[in-house]
Design a protein around this ligand. Sequence first.
Ligand code: SF4
Length: 508
Amino acid sequence: MSQGVSEGMSQSLSALQSGGASPLADASAPAFGVYLHWPFCASKCPYCDFNSHVRDAVDTAAWQEALCAELEDAAAHLWANPPDAPRQVASVFFGGGTPSLMPPECVAAILEKVQALWQSLDAIEITLECNPSDLDEARCRGLRDAGVNRLSIGVQSFDDAVLSFLGRRHDGAQARAALTAACKTFPRVSLDMIYAHPEQSVRAWREDLHQGLAFATEHVSAYQLTLEPNTPFYAQARRGVFSVPGEDAALALWNETQEATVRAGLVRYETSNHARGGVAGASRHNLEIWRGGDYAAIGPGAHGRTTIETSAHGRTTIETSAHGRTTIETSAHGRTTIETSAHGRTTIETSAHGRTTMETSAHGRTTMESRRQNEVQDKKRIAVSRIASPERWLALRSTGKDTLSEEQLLSADEIRDEIFLNGLRLSTGVSRARLTRETGYQDFQQALPADRLTSLVESGLLVLDETGLRTTEAGAVRLNAILGYLLALPAGDKKRAQEEQAQEVQGV
Ligand code: SF4
């Protein structure tokens, strides 16, 4: 596999990295991220429930063409550039799957397409997730020349026995070699590690984590091993083949993670993420997602969010190549009409008492009721997700067809839930300003069940003060239980939220 790129390509991508290709760039223009999913892996790890697949051969030319076509479709659709408020790309994140299996020429072509379609911020962050098995100095140089400026490496452990248990293709020596090559080539390198596997002692985890921290990377993600349904590990654990540490043992391992990372000069800014300087060294792409930013979904199984703000006269028009013409109009009395030529007519009407009725001629009738009284009229948040099957996605995209599996206007309650699901992951939590700006609620007692909120604060798991709502150290380790209790989410919603969060944190 050739890993070089042409001189011209390299120059134009340097311009993208430096922002030189964006002469009109305006720091006040709305920015968004691009998440791009490469769904293939060389082998399937037994704990993994991500949208990742092992195939004998992948037609990378066809995939490159299809991914570029999807970028064009996104640019013409929800992430269009209205002339009065052009959107800028703040980050590109290649996730997977194993995107380090992509030829660097393919990565370069995709980044050139991003550059051609949108302006980019000067400090654009371009991250690619890597498997240590695929990463040597030549591959690092190829990815750097393609335009990538940050690597996220799925090391998971340096212990050969642990790596073998986790079903990884690399050993400790390969992990160290990959990190050495990455740190030589890239100014920003992150590594992922997994702890709380069977019988792991605090001492063993301390020694393993110490090896990762010794590379003096600026960013470490430490994830607790979880047993996801429909994985071989889940089935084995149910059969009693092994068991993961109980609550006390897991807590001891969490505490060791916090102490070791602090000793190494890293600050926990998110449940599982630690960076030099805290937020200053964070993954900017993921940070913006946790903060409620917009991101485009490209590739099979990718999820995205976009916020549409109506103009002063209340009318926004978006044209899409795949769907024909879509018009979103919001009048002063709160009526929104969305008309999509290919899908028939969808009417969404929001009355003053907070009831929303959705009627779709092609799909029957759906009625949703919002508990919220003070509807924010000028912002619409749309969730999209793509078809997960790689073969089906490629067949549709290659023939110019739509690959969306869902395109949904989020209800007020769904927006509220996402703010807390994402925002409470951050050590800074959810600010009062964000709560009011994005939901219309003036205080947290209105937005959440007041009795549950009070009991979590009195239990020392949450802090509520003049700046906002956030977890304590004791609350951060119990975040999933806190969110389930606070938001009283139905099981399906919890699963969806976890899947979408997984898109942002999965390691390769
Ligand atoms: S954990 Fe990473 S490398 Fe392993 S199967 Fe999942 S996506 Fe692929």
